[in-house]
Design a protein around this ligand. Structure first.
Ligand SMILES: Nc1ncnc2c1ncn2[C@@H]1O[C@H](COP(=O)(O)OP(=O)(O)OP(=O)(O)O)[C@@H](O)[C@H]1O
Length: 272
């Protein structure tokens, strides 16, 4: 199992932002964490990555309890993430943004950098070619020398994923990667997520409001509402779950749809 949350609770003062949430994410799967605004999805990401500490329960990554670790240590264990609000270095180029992600992975030290030794240049070459390879995956290699903030919103989101991938994670947490993307961009993103999983044997947890993306790439879904678990299971089951429909569409809409469906069925039964 890649990730395991057991009875996780997080309170902010009187608000129970995450309440008794348990789920497991199998290795090399694509797992969707969904729910309406304020459901607690980003808080779960912040708990997994150590930004917040949970009040109750446990979070394990590949069997290791993450509670004692700081965010940087959790990243080094193999958990990378992107953020809901894009966090690129606005004054740096696309390539520099990708490179900066793995600055602490250089084998040669500061001395080598200052003296410009052969080992520094070897390192530099290796990391740059890895960054270019990752930019190619996201079709960003052609804009490698452009300032990151001049890219379209969709490209900036893809650059964030490329940057997270530079850490060579085992588990990738994507927070609303399709936000602001048009239909074509979201279709492209679906293929890229699947490719990353297959090519790198990656496990992906996706927080996403775009149901076109969620329903077609995720193998398992966990639905939160007001911090509580609402439903869990494969997309084809979860999408029909009455409590999920109610949370997304509102009780009134679901009741109206159900009574219309019942009336139609009744009418059909009478006429036959
Ligand atoms: N640092 C914090 N301090 C206080 N309350 C917080 C904090 N972070 C989140 N919350 C509250 O916790 C609840 C869950 O927020 P969270 O951002 O996890 O929801 P979400 O499901 O990611 O929502 P969205 O889809 O809108 O991003 C919300 O009521 C939010 O206001």
């Amino acid at each position: 199992m890649s990730l395991e949350l057991k009875h996780v609770t997080k309170r902010f003062g009187g608000l129970r932002a995450v309440g008794d949430v348990s789920f497991t994410v199998p290795e090399k799967s694509i797992f969707g964490l969904i729910g309406p605004n304020g459901a607690g999805k980003t808080t779960v990401f912040n708990l997994i990555t150590g930004v917040y500490k949970h009040d109750e329960g446990s979070i394990r990554f590949r069997g290791t309890d993450l509670a004692p670790f700081k965010p940087s240590q959790i990243a080094r264990l193999g958990v990378a993430r992107t953020f809901q609000n894009i966090r690129l270095f606005g004054q740096l180029t696309v390539l520099e943004n990708a490179l900066i992600a793995c600055e602490n992975r250089r084998k040669s030290g500061l001395g080598a950098a200052l003296l410009r030794t052969p080992s520094f240049f070897r390192d530099e070459q290796e990391i740059t070619s890895k960054a270019m390879e990752m930019l190619e995956v996201f079709k960003l290699d052609r804009v490698a020398d452009e300032i990151a903030t001049t890219l379209s919103y969709g490209d900036q989101r893809r650059l964030e994923i490329a940057r997270a991938m530079m850490l060579e994670p085992k588990l990738l947490l994507l927070d609303e990667p399709a936000a602001g993307m048009n239909y074509g961009e979201a279709e492209g993103l679906k293929k890229q997520i699947l490719w990353l999983r297959d090519h790198f044997g990656l496990t992906v947890v996706l927080v996403e409001h775009n149901m076109q993306v969620v329903m077609s790439v995720c193998e398992h879904l966990h639905v939160l509402d007001h911090g509580e678990t609402l439903a869990h299971g494969p997309p084809e089951v979860v999408r029909k779950h009455p409590r999920v429909l109610a949370a997304y569409l509102g009780e009134d809409v679901v009741e109206a749809v159900e009574s219309k469906a019942a009336a139609t069925a009744d009418g059909e039964a009478r006429s036959s």
